[in-house]
Design a protein around this ligand. Structure first.
Ligand code: CA
Length: 227
């Protein structure tokens, strides 16, 4: 069963989300506070996607995200943000979330976002083996990346991006192309999410993230792996 955790303190919004996800075939675990969410995830370690509201009594959604991510790189995390929290979206993504949804959202939009992350966290990689491009080694069997022999912890979205780059060395990839490949064609999100994930990826893999040499920017178009 595909398991999703929903953390939302407002019961009407939580019910709306839960009903729609169950209708879409998901098993849903509910939590009202951040503390409750962390505790439930301990008992449901096979949870594949977590939806986290930002504004909560007690610890906020960003802190919950940070704590989940500290122990689990594979789970997909979507932040639920209000329109007035525009700046928080980037903060949330930098703390380790894969995506965000702005309230109010439609059931179709929400389900599409969860479906997209579910595909990413499913581990259904058809290609097998290793891609070696010094100093990197990407293992597509266990979905890991090493740089100079050191394991780099990646989220599923980050892994999908780096895999796309390493399969297309030296090729300029448009932001639209990356969004389509990594998040899926039926994705409702904005191109900005590509940039934020790449910024985070650079922090992890570049020798000097402010002067990237592995993921280079192709101005007005997208990104390229190498020069
Ligand atoms: Ca709230």
């Amino acid at each position: 069963m595909k398991k999703v955790l929903v953390l939302e303190d407002e019961s009407s919004i939580r019910s709306f989300i839960v009903i729609n996800l169950r209708r879409a075939g998901y098993e849903v675990i509910e939590a009202e506070t951040g503390e409750e969410a962390l505790e439930k995830l301990e008992h449901h370690r096979d949870t594949r996607v977590a939806l986290l509201d930002v504004m909560l009594p007690g610890i906020d959604g960003f802190e919950v995200c940070r704590r989940i991510r500290a122990g689990n790189a594979r789970i997909g995390i979507i932040m639920l943000t209000a329109r007035t929290q525009e700046m928080d979206k980037v903060t949330g993504l930098m703390t380790g979330a894969d995506d965000y949804v702005t309230k109010p959202f439609s059931p179709a939009e929400l389900t599409a976002r969860v479906d997209a992350l579910m595909r990413r966290s499913g581990g259904s990689d058809v290609s097998e083996g290793e891609i070696r491009q010094d100093p990197f080694l990407l293992n597509t069997r266990n979905r890991t990346l090493e740089k100079d022999g050191q394991r780099i912890k990646l989220t599923q979205v980050e892994y999908a991006i780096i895999k796309m780059f390493m399969e297309n060395p030296g090729k300029a990839l448009s932001r639209e192309e990356i969004l389509d490949t990594v998040w899926g064609r039926d994705y409702f999100g904005e191109l900005k999410i590509v940039d934020v994930n790449i910024r985070r990826l650079r922090l992890k893999i570049e020798d000097n993230p402010t002067n990237p040499t592995y993921i280079t920017t192709v101005w007005g178009f997208g990104y390229k792996w190498g020069f």
